[in-house]
Design a protein around this ligand. Structure first.
Ligand code: KG4
Ligand code: ZN
Length: 338
């Protein structure tokens, strides 16, 4: 079964053709990063306009790349939630048009479910149930993946997402948007013991996250040094920040795996490209005897192949949308069980 999937939840216009949730026949991404960089972050209005301009070309390239026409496609899939509403509406409307014009099924996919599914594309041996750490620009979650289409969120961020904290810390260090990858590179030249940064104390759920205090600590260190006319070592601060974020993410995930009885752990979302998060999760899983799955680097960030993969499982579970499908800016994975 060939699914043509569309993803437009943030600043990437993406389309892919995926066969049987396993084989990526094409995976096209038109990034808008260069344009948003000028503003230090994503400008929603610009993102929507660029999606409108790019989507036809991206979908055409995905079909051509897979050596397909619309006749060869069995179903369409689209990210309908969560994300920037104007951005989501472009992909959702385009996908509805394709489904209505061809009379073929439309499968609505949750963006985070897509990120998790990137792991099935990377390694076909992964099967639910397992525990997944999702860290992206908009989310930091620890999730029980109970089945291919059933989730239970056991930890979430109380304030900034991990990727957001990376981007804000990077900004104050003078790196361009999106800063996560620049922190990652700078950290490789730095001493991660140079700065002691705060670790949040969270009342309530021991598996929730909070990164705003840590982000503010980095901002204060930079501003205080500026005021005193002192130089800070950017590489050292990047390394110390990255180490602290990694330890918080990985520490809570390992604790949750023990608490909920999982021996299989997966990683997902844009921050899963981070070398320190990957390295620490790998060593901690090994130490605890857990099996670890991580997406290949090309599938960590936003892409439509992961949406096409998840759509296959959603399709098998009976999930369909009709012309009334609307985009949703905020929607918990807990609320979408098929
Ligand atoms: O999943 P994603 O592509 O978009 C959302 O769904 O939000 O995640 C983007 C986030 C950005 O905050 C970006 O800085 C971060 O992932 N990111 C990284 C790295 N690569 C991307 N953060 C840390 N280290 C990286 N190597
Ligand atoms: Zn994402």
């Amino acid at each position: 079964m060939k699914i043509l999937a569309i993803e437009s939840s943030c600043d990437e216009t993406a389309a892919a053709v995926v066969e049987d949730g396993k084989t990526v026949l094409s995976n096209i991404i038109a990034s808008q990063i260069e344009e948003h960089k000028k503003f230090g972050g994503v400008v929603p209005e610009i993102a929507s306009r660029r999606h409108c301009e790019n989507i036809l070309d991206v979908v055409t390239q995905a079909l051509d790349g897979a050596d397909c026409t619309l006749d060869d496609i069995d179903a369409f899939a689209v990210t309908y939630a969560p994300g920037l509403i104007g951005a989501l509406l472009v992909g959702t409307s385009f996908a509805k048009g394709l489904a209505m014009a061809t009379g073929k099924p439309l499968v609505p996919v949750h963006h985070i479910a897509g990120h998790i599914a990137a792991n099935y594309l990377t390694d076909g041996s992964l099967k639910p149930p397992y525990l997944c750490l999702v860290a992206s620009g908009g989310h930091s979650h620890i999730i029980e993946v109970l089945d291919y289409t059933k989730y239970h969120v056991i930890g979430r961020t109380r304030d900034d997402a991990a990727g957001e904290a990376f981007d804000k810390a990077a900004r104050v260090l003078g790196f361009p948007y999106p800063g996560g990858v620049h922190i990652d590179k700078a950290a490789q030249q730095g001493n991660d013991q140079a700065y002691t940064l705060p670790r949040p104390k969270i009342t309530g759920s021991e598996f929730d996250f909070s990164f705003s205090g840590l982000k503010t600590a980095v901002i204060n260190i930079v501003h205080n040094a500026d005021q005193k006319g002192e130089q800070i070592n950017k590489n050292d601060l990047a390394a110390s920040f990255q180490k602290t974020v990694s330890e918080i993410l990985v520490g809570r995930t390992i604790a949750a795996a023990h608490e909920y009885g999982y021996k299989t752990v997966a990683l997902a979302g844009g921050v899963s490209a981070n070398s320190s998060v990957r390295g620490l999760l790998e060593s901690e899983c090994k130490r605890n005897g857990f099996r670890l799955y991580m997406p290949t680097l090309d599938l960590c960030g936003d892409n439509a192949a992961m949406i096409g993969c998840q759509a296959y499982y959603d399709f098998l579970a009976g999930r369909r949308a009709d012309e009334s499908l609307n985009a949703v800016a905020t929607l918990s994975l807990d609320d979408i069980a098929v």
